[in-house]
Structure formats: structure tokens, C-alpha cells
Write a protein that binds this ligand. Structure first.
Ligand code: B1M
Length: 210
């Protein structure tokens, strides 16, 4: 079995204690960090599919998520360039009612490595907390919001609407993303930008902050 396949299988099975070493050994064999990351993202898609089909349940999704996080910890220095703060500040959060954070964390990591100082508010973040954070950090250039559930798309819409109603709105850009989000939805709710994945999110953040 190739090292990459081994990493993906360990994530699928939720073997958090073994994933870090498997990722390291894939790197040692010369595998590209992005290739390893993509194998873990694909593994999470398999987990999601199994959940949808009723073959596994929430606890299995949770252990797979923990395993992926362990793998990303080992990959992080190989993915991020390490530039710090030169692009300015960016707030990132997963919206209210949504506990998914792996995608948000990857987006935060890529944006950080693009030179931003990232303020990560975590998951299940109400609009009021995003607004409060911006008021405490009025030099923030971009607010990045993630939603992973079709049921939290309304919370994304409400958060953007709440930000759009603020006096400071013209001073900050809003970008959104997450599996169920589309460019069309982003436009409809009045966000300034949408991106599909973590790498394009970093490119978008730079463009919005320019
Ligand atoms: Co959840 N879950 N989950 N889950 N979960 C999904 C999302 C689901 C698609 C699974 C399925 O049914 N196939 C489904 C949603 C269906 C829908 O909305 N119609 C689902 C469900 C139903 C649920 C619960 C409701 C289950 C339940 O309780 N019955 C529940 C909801 C809890 C809540 O949030 N209130 C729930 C819970 C959980 C766990 C807590 C167990 C766990 C999350 C743990 C964690 O994140 N710490 C979990 C997991 C692991 C998943 C799957 C399997 C994997 C998610 C993931 O991490 N993917 C997921 C299935 C799937 O995604 N196929 C699923 C890997 C990650 C790298 O991708 O997050 O898409 P992703 O991020 C990408 C892009 O979307 C994008 O870039 C990232 C990197 O390329 N992106 C952005 C993300 N944010 C962005 C922001 C941007 C730009 C791009 O700009 C700001």
C-alpha cells in the first residue's frame, strides 16, 4: 500500500494516534504536502458518504475529523510559507449553529501563509461576536465566513446581512465559502467574494485586501 493510501485509510478509520507518523513517513518518502492533504480531504468525503448512507454515525465522523486534524498538524509547516502579518488582519469564523472547522482551519492556514494576521473566532459564532471583534480591530481588512451545512446557510446569510447593516461595512470586505456555498449564493446574500477551496481562498483574500 502506498504511503498516501495509508494516510487516507487511517483518516477514514479515525486512527488519530497513527496518522501523524504516517504523514511524516509519506513526507520522508518525497510525497508532496498538497498531495497528502488532498488524500485526507478525499478520505473525509468518503466518511461523509458513508454517513449519508447510514453505514456510520456521528461518533465515527468525529474520530475521522480528529485523525485528520492530527495529520494536518504534521503537514502544516510544509504547507504554510510562514510569512507574517504583512497583508494586514483578517477575521475568520464558522457561522452560528455550525460546528465544522476542518475546512475553516485549512482556509485560515493558507490565508496566514499568504501573509495575513488571522483572528480565528472558532465555530458556532454568532454575528454579534463577529461585529464585536471587528469593532475591537477596526484595521481588519477582510472577514471570512465558513458554513458547512445547508441548515446553516441561513445563518451565513444573516451574518452577512448584519455586517452589511453596520456603518463600518464600506471599510471591510466579506468573503464566504464552505461545501454547500456557491458563487450565486454569495452574490445573493451580498458578500464580496466566494472561493471553493483553501488555496483559492488565500488568493481571494489577497485580492480583496489589495
Ligand atoms: Co458533519 N456533515 N455533521 N460532522 N460532516 C457533513 C458536512 C455532511 C455533508 C455529511 C453527509 O451527510 N454527507 C452533512 C451535511 C449535509 C447537509 O448540509 N445537507 C453533515 C451533517 C448532516 C452533520 C450533522 C447534522 C450530523 C448529525 O448530527 N446528525 C452534524 C451537525 C453538527 C453541527 O455543525 N451543528 C455534523 C457533525 C459533524 C462532526 C462534528 C461529527 C464532524 C465535524 C468535526 C469538525 O469539523 N471538527 C463532521 C464531519 C467530519 C463531516 C464530514 C464527514 C467532513 C467535513 C470535513 O471536515 N471535510 C462532512 C462530509 C463532507 O464534507 N463530505 C460532513 C474536509 C474539509 C477539508 O472540507 O469542510 O468542505 P470542507 O472545507 C473545504 C471547502 O468547503 C472550502 O475549503 C475547504 C478546504 O478545501 N471551505 C471554504 C470551507 N470553508 C471555507 C471558507 C471560505 C472559502 C472556502 O472562505 C471564507
Amino acid at each position: 500500500m502506498s504511503k498516501i493510501t495509508e494516510v487516507a485509510e487511517l483518516v477514514e478509520k479515525g486512527k488519530a494516534k497513527l496518522v501523524g507518523a504516517a504523514v511524516q513517513s509519506a513526507l520522508d518518502e518525497g510525497c508532496e504536502a498538497t498531495e497528502i492533504l488532498n488524500s485526507m480531504i478525499d478520505a473525509m468525503a468518503v466518511v461523509g458518504e458513508r454517513f449519508k448512507n447510514g453505514e456510520i454515525f456521528v461518533p465515527e465522523m468525529l474520530v475521522a475529523a480528529r485523525a485528520m486534524k492530527k495529520g494536518v498538524e504534521v503537514l502544516k509547516p510544509h504547507l504554510a510559507s510562514g510569512a507574517t502579518g504583512s497583508m494586514g488582519k483578517l477575521i475568520i469564523a464558522t457561522v452560528a449553529g455550525d460546528l465544522h472547522d476542518i475546512g475553516k482551519n485549512l482556509v485560515a492556514m493558507m490565508i496566514e501563509s499568504a501573509g495575513f494576521e488571522v483572528i480565528d473566532l472558532g465555530v458556532d459564532v454568532p454575528a454579534s461576536k463577529v461585529i464585536e471583534c471587528y469593532k475591537e480591530n477596526p484595521d481588519v481588512k477582510v472577514i471570512a465566513l465558513s458554513a458547512l451545512l445547508t441548515t446553516t446557510m441561513p445563518a451565513l446569510k444573516d451574518t452577512v446581512a448584519a455586517l452589511n447593516a453596520e456603518d463600518f461595512r464600506s471599510n471591510v470586505k466579506i468573503m464566504v465559502g464552505g461545501a454547500p456555498i456557491t458563487k450565486k449564493f454569495a452574490d445573493e446574500i451580498g458578500a464580496d467574494g466566494y472561493s471553493e477551496d483553501a488555496a483559492s481562498a488565500a488568493v481571494l483574500a489577497k485580492a480583496l485586501a489589495a
